[in-house]
Design a protein around this ligand. Structure first.
Ligand code: FES
Ligand code: FES
Length: 155
């Protein structure tokens, strides 16, 4: 089967179709931003984007991304290696402490901002309600996303 991960077409042997997606992404592709944390769909640490929609993949199978476009945090930076403006905003606003939730937060926020370029703080909070952060208290995360939203107006 074929899939596209971070703009690269990948061919995955058909016998792996029933395997766990999060393990394949982390252990085979070495894209370790997505975390397998709660393993019950509750925390969002495993979130990636599948066809630009956030997906918690701790219970997903490899076949779930057949012919799909997948974005992981490793594919967010600009081609020249500089951070995407949303990633940079997380840095600038101190929205990262331990960093465990950050890949899932950034990707979920990215999908949201692609659809909502002028969000209210409440809309941002709602969009992130499936992503838990044990460190930051969320305010800096909301600040970062609000600040980064202007970059999406130009896209
Ligand atoms: S590890 Fe998937 S939601 Fe927590
Ligand atoms: S920064 Fe530690 S869980 Fe969010």
């Amino acid at each position: 089967m074929k899939t596209i991960i971070n703009n690269k077409e990948i061919t995955i042997p058909d016998e792996l179709r029933e395997g766990r997606l999060v393990e394949y992404i982390r252990n085979v592709l070495n894209l370790t931003g997505a975390k397998n944390a709660c393993d019950m769909g509750a925390c969002g640490a495993c979130a990636i984007l599948i066809n630009n929609k956030p997906a918690k993949i701790c219970h997903s199978l490899i076949k779930d991304v057949e012919n799909a476009e997948v974005l992981t945090i490793e594919g967010m930076a600009n081609p020249d290696g500089t951070l995407h403006p949303l990633q940079q905003a997380f840095v600038d606003y101190g929205a990262i402490q331990c960093g465990f939730c950050t890949p899932g937060m950034v990707l979920t926020a990215h999908a949201f901002l692609l659809e909502n370029q002028k969000p209210t703080r409440n809309q941002i909070r709602k969009a992130l309600q499936g992503n838990l952060c044990r460190c930051t208290g969320y305010q800096q995360i909301i600040d970062a996303i609000e600040a980064a939203s202007v970059h999406y107006l130009k896209q």
